[in-house]
Design a protein around this ligand. Sequence first.
Ligand code: GLC
Length: 540
Amino acid sequence: MSGHEPDETWWKTRSVYQIYPRSFRDANGDGMGDLAGITQGLSAIKALGAGIVWMSPIFRSPMVDNGYDMSGYREIDPLFGTMADFEALLAEAKRLDLNIVLDIALNHTSIDHPWFQAALADPSGPYRDYYIWRDEPNNWQSIFGGPAWSKADGDDAFYLHLFDKTQADLNWENPEVREEIYGAMRFWLDKGVSGFRLDVVTVISKPPGLPDAPDPRPMPLYDMLAGGPRLHEWLRDMRREVFDLYDCVAIGEGPGLNPERAAAIVNPADPMLHMIYHFDFVDHTGARQGKDWDRVWFKSVFDRWDKGIGPNGWNSCVVGNHDLRRLIARFGDAEADPDQVAKALAATYVLQRATPFIYQGDELGLGDTTITSVNELDDVWAKTTYRLARSKGQSEAEALAKAVAMTRDHARTPYPWTPEGGFGTGTPWLKPTPNRGGVDFASQQADEHSVWAFYRALLELRAKDTETWVFGAYEDLLPEHESLFAYRRGAQGVVCVNLGGQTCALPEAITALMAERSCILTSGEVTPTHMGPWSTHVWV
Ligand code: GLC
């Protein structure tokens, strides 16, 4: 062990695989992914080498935002199965030694939740204060577009909804709300889950008096709301009332955080959450995607977060998820070999000093899907984007192009298990991504040169040499280089990735390190002096 005394806690040494339950595997043939399907698929995750499985929400929900609009915190949605199915899933996870992490939306509930319904039915009753009401709205805009305030039919006041109008923000100032959420989390932890991913947890504490925002657009609004005055107090409460009572992990989704704000939340000396993930890679405007994204900026994000949290506290590394277009579409190059691109991108984030999060399908190099009509959109955010564009007079084609450029549906298509699809026997709820050939689990598991095999090799390195690849200090060796991403881990580890379509000469600083080391993993064309397009080399 090196001098910095790594602590081998499971949520640091294990890697995370994120499942989108609707799209992972359909066991009962109704076209919708389900818990029994996930249970069948866990062994594939184990074979890949991930140790923690985070599932997007499986709780009762009208599914306007596919489960992020919860109407029951202690129930499984019937679309996904029953509590018995969930218990079977947990038993299989235990058998395979996988930790299950659930996703809980605690900033808001669906307006179908019995609490909201009771709040409407009896405005002077106790549930009214579970939500946030005003006679006149302020200027906040919903993250999904349009005003963040709506009135329910027959009701006099506006309720706050930072997301869709069916997702009413909870009033965390009310201690009963906090107790309800803590109790729900303990309920699942008692069943044997290993923790939670806390949806948009950074915005639960609203500024007193709910003042107008200087800039009410989504990202500036997130900046304004993240880290509200009582956030730390409530996170400490949550830690004491819930997380400290179990061997579990609490992962906060962190819109609006910079490394300084995040460091306060994961500071081991004043612990609140175990990990936070940031939004620096989240870009719904599309400015930083496609061919011309800025490599120097991309690298600087890793460096900034490692410097901010790495030496004290623990980072997570989320580059792709269910809210974003596919990795290879955002950070690729349409003219390059997509498999090479997928492998190169994998090497940028899986070996960081952080717990890496692999989003279902990225380990196959799955790309964006094709959407040719508004009827093919499922994502509530994309549908809102389309509707607002139309209402501003944009043509159908313009509005559709805008929605297709940002829709989260790209990441949510059914998981390709076999060359024919293999998701299930029914017609899938969302049209599968057209297969460019070979982008399926069965083919890739059988091919030692596949993207899947490359991810497995990266995860194996991480699991076998934790001193280097989990805990080793991080240093960006060529921060200004426009194509090469070269970084050092600990005393021995060096990763060099060519993030561009041209062959690159290796600077002397890199060839010197290469000369003293052996290559343990490679993809693409690498010589002692050059790296081919989208090539990767790992040395120790
Ligand atoms: C988070 C989720 C996203 C959801 C939103 C509202 O950002 O990842 O899918 O729509 O919160 O709950």
